[in-house]
Design a protein around this ligand. Structure first.
Ligand code: ADP
Length: 181
């Protein structure tokens, strides 16, 4: 029997968007198990605590897939160096989504450096789907905070959580986005 293919999809997921979900569902076509690694120390200063970000990923995956498929998605916290985390968890490929040219430069550099650190772990880039390529968690938060309609970008459940968060008086953190990985 061939070795189980374990993918790792790391991100902040603050919150999970329809674009992230698309990458998760497509990622499942190329790996047996997909670990969604939710970054603990996201340098971006997340709006949602780690527990909420993980709960949202779980809920979204469970509602978008059947029970068998849902079992193939493992939601975990992710901390430290990406490549070390991948090694510790028996990951065969890191999965990333690529949106615009702006994603490309960062991802290309990151992938090249990670390959130097461990050439045995492959990095698979999935091109964002036409329907979702413009969606980013950051803009969803900004639009939501200003009372705009975010129903095209996130699920109903996530939209509700966002509204609840703003009702608690949370501020949206924007500005230069520094990534943790
Ligand atoms: P964001 O950049 O929106 O804050 P993350 O840091 O959580 O999101 O991103 C995790 C991964 O998901 C990255 O590889 C990113 O390029 C990808 N991604 C984010 N939004 C989309 C989207 N709309 N379509 C495809 N990939 C996406």
């Amino acid at each position: 029997m061939s070795k189980e293919r374990v993918g790792l999809y790391p991100g902040t997921f603050d919150p999970i968007t329809n674009g992230h979900m698309d990458i998760i569902l497509r990622g499942l076509r190329i790996v047996d198990t997909l670990i969604v690694g939710v970054a603990v120390n996201a340098g971006k200063g997340p709006l949602f605590p780690i527990e909420d970000r993980m709960a949202m990923v779980r809920e979204e995956v469970d509602s978008a897939t059947d029970a068998e498929t849902a079992k193939r998605v493992v939601v975990r916290t992710f901390d430290g160096l990406l490549i070390d985390y991948a090694k510790r968890n028996g990951v065969t490929a890191i999965v990333r989504g690529l949106r615009a040219v702006s994603d490309f430069e960062y991802e290309f550099q990151m992938a090249s450096m990670n390959r130097k650190l461990d050439p045995s772990i492959e990095i698979a880039f999935l091109m964002a789907s036409d329907k979702y390529h413009f969606i980013s968690s950051r803009f969803v938060k900004e639009i939501g905070a200003l009372g705009g309609d975010i129903s095209h970008f996130v699920s109903e459940g996530v939209a509700k959580r966002l509204l609840a968060r703003y009702a608690q008086g949370e501020k949206v953190l924007s500005g230069a986005a520094s990534k943790a990985y």
